[in-house]
Design a protein around this ligand. Structure first.
Ligand SMILES: C[S@@+](CC[C@H](N)C(=O)[O-])C[C@H]1O[C@@H](n2cnc3c(N)ncnc32)[C@H](O)[C@@H]1O
Ligand code: SF4
Length: 363
């Protein structure tokens, strides 16, 4: 049985210039056909699934209309054994939050929200091409609380050009005033095939690594002072509110990903679904495979991935697990990037700043 299910909903009302997740804007008919196909795919895997965690991601799953969401949840409840479910997350863009939708999600059994606020500074939001204002994001947060959600996560982005340290501090402080259970703070990455990537290439956007490092350090300090544990390099949670779903990925557990572009890793096999929504929909409806790529994972690859992801978390890497890279790990320790405690290797504060570099030893 597979314990972790990811479902990719590939639609967004507006495409952000920094985002490389697979998404498109789409008309009602296309969305409805897609949802039918998705439920066909769910049905074909239902016998393997008794999920402890479900993550509806995207794209923007909250961009679906109440009718479309009802159709999706009715299908998921009908097809899946949800008796072991502990965490059901949906990603929401603040622009798409409304009281009727929030109630519908709560009634359907969703118990965790991950909301893409990104910043509480309207200038930074504009720069990021977001369609919501800070005020709308705050209203959305309140709507979700009023609907009953006791586990809300806020996504934030730092390292945005022209985002000062003060703007970032205000973003952190305003987030803290709302008292979310979880915060994700990502440094802006310039992903290939995005408008930001092209602008960076042309010199029309510039990175400021020093400022970004200062913003990251400020995040660690401020959030830990307010009782959030940095349980992964970019993720902070109050006690007992680590994301169970994401932790399962990071610790190398099996998971099934459904919907276009979704990856799955099950029993030493990894595969990816077809990216393009129209082709995904027609293949699935015609009883053909939804996969377009598949590989076997050797035990070496699996060990490297587990080490690389695990080390970014508060669980770190057991000394036993690390034996294969003993020399490199000791070298990182000498440089102050790692320390060992309770028989585990853990990133130091400096190591968290340079986590990507540390991770390279496992490649
Ligand atoms: C798949 S998005 C879904 C959230 C939702 N669609 C929204 O935008 O509100 C998940 C999160 O990834 C982060 N993200 C996406 N692209 C990023 C990038 N290029 N650099 C840093 N963070 C990014 C954002 O914080 C975003 O909220
Ligand atoms: S950041 Fe969210 S809303 Fe923007 S394009 Fe990506 S998935 Fe869509």
């Amino acid at each position: 049985m597979i314990d972790h299910l990811y479902i990719h909903i590939p639609f967004c009302p507006n495409i952000c210039p920094y985002c490389a997740f697979y998404k498109e804007s789409a008309g009602r008919e296309r969305v409805e056909k897609f949802l039918e196909a998705l439920l066909v795919e769910v049905k074909s895997h239902a016998h393997q699934l008794r999920p402890e965690t479900i993550f509806l991601g995207g794209g923007t799953p909250s961009a679906l209309s109440p009718t479309q969401l009802n159709f999706l949840f009715e299908g998921l409840h009908r097809l899946l054994d949800l008796s072991a479910l502990r965490e059901w997350t949906i990603e929401m863009n603040p622009a798409t939050v409304a009281a009727d939708k929030a109630k519908l999600l709560w009634d359907a059994g969703v118990n965790r929200i991950s909301m893409g606020v990104q910043s509480w500074d309207d200038d930074v939001l504009k720069k990021l091409g977001r369609t919501h204002t800070a005020q709308k994001a705050e209203e959305s947060f309140v709507i979700l609380r009023e609907a009953g959600f006791k586990n809300i996560s806020i996504d934030l982005i730092f390292g945005v050009p022209d985002q000062s340290l003060t703007s970032w501090q205000e973003t952190l402080e305003r987030s803290l005033r709302l008292d979310p259970e979880h915060l994700s703070a990502y440094g802006l990455t310039y992903e290939e095939d995005t408008e930001f990537f092209r602008l960076l290439g042309r010199g029309a956007m510039k990175q400021n690594e020093e400022l970004e490092a200062a913003q990251f350090e400020m995040t660690m300090d401020l959030l830990s002072r307010h009782g959030y544990q940095q349980y992964e390099v970019s993720n902070y949670a109050k006690k007992n509110h680590d994301s169970l779903h994401n932790t399962a990925y990071w610790l190398g557990k099996d998971y099934l990903g459904l919907g276009p572009s979704a990856f799955s890793t099950v029993a030493r096999k990894r595969w990816r679904n077809i990216r393009e929504t129209g082709i995904y929909t027609s293949s699935t409806m015609n009883g053909k495979t939804a996969r377009d790529f598949e590989e076997n994972l050797s035990s070496e690859i699996q060990a490297s991935e587990r080490a690389a992801f695990g080390l970014r978390t508060r669980h770190g890497l057991s000394l036993e697990q690390g034996k294969k890279w003993q020399q490199e790990l000791e070298n990182m320790e000498t440089h102050g990037l790692l320390h060992s405690a309770h028989d585990r290797w853990l990133l130091t504060r400096r190591g968290k700043l340079l986590a990507d570099t540390v991770g390279e030893i496992f490649v």
